[in-house]
Design a protein around this ligand. Sequence first.
Ligand SMILES: [Zn+2]
Length: 92
Amino acid sequence: MRTPLGRRRPMGCSEVALVLQSYVDGQTRPRTRDRVTEHLGCCAWCAYEAATYREIKNALARRDPVDREALARVRAFAESLLRDEPDGTPTA
Ligand SMILES: [Zn+2]
């Protein structure tokens, strides 16, 4: 990373994707959580993914069958990140 330590750098979509599940589970560090929250505030795509994870989590908590469509969306999102890596600097 070229950014000097201690300086806040906006989180990129691929970074958010890595911690999104932990974020939804409330298992990220406060600093990470804040940065993800900040990203979700300005990135509709990641906010949508977070909502999808919550949907899945809630379904699991209720022991409902998981929405297959939601799983497919999450998988497609992960695959799109692998195929076409965003540069990590969303316009905000
Ligand atoms: Zn994003």
